[in-house]
Design a protein around this ligand. Sequence first.
Ligand code: HEM
Ligand code: HEM
Length: 149
Amino acid sequence: MSPTVIGFIRISLLSLFVGVIMGILIAVGVFRNVTNPSLITSAHAHINLLGGVMMLIFGVGYHILPRFSGRPLFSEGIARVQLWLSGAGLIGMFILFFAGGYSSSDFLRYGVAPFGALYGAGAILFVYNMWRTLAGATPAPPPLRPAKK
Ligand code: HEM
Ligand code: HEM
């Protein structure tokens, strides 16, 4: 696996770890009395979905889709840039959603947007990189037959 793929998968695993612990804490009512509990739920939802789910999809996608298509990844450099953009976007979104839960102004809630844009820019790079990789995909080889006895 490339270091970029490992980076995506590590961020996904850490996100899932934080996300499920947070889910349990929400369920037992730890954040019940914060100023804005729905933003705490948003922090939980997005660390699980954008972190746990999507970062695993990006990492596994970068590893396996080029192999399925019989072509090298279009650009390893673009994948590395996406790791930083989506990683920074995810962390920023999580911190601001979470901190927004404790704030009575909308300032932190809107602070999610620029970090969401970083994450989104990373996701668009993924789309471009994969599109270019799949564009030259070779036809699948015929399935192997078991040897005759
Ligand atoms: C141990 C695991 C988990 C626990 C205990 C848990 C618990 C919770 C709780 C208590 C809520 C708030 C419900 C409410 O008051 O409205 C919630 C919301 C949510 N959770 Fe989890 N969760 C867990 C894992 C996950 C995972 C793995 C995902 C996604 C992959 C996820 C996605 C969501 C989403 C999207 C919401 C928001 C739903 C909405 O706004 O209606 N959760 N979760
Ligand atoms: C970078 C992209 C994204 C940004 C900036 C973003 C931002 C937001 C914001 C601001 C809210 C409303 C929070 C509130 O005021 O209560 C929200 C809700 C929600 N988003 Fe996202 N979102 C993004 C991507 C996604 C993706 C990809 C998913 C699913 C895979 C998702 C699932 C949800 C769900 C389930 C809710 C409602 C649950 C909740 O937050 O309580 N979002 N999102």
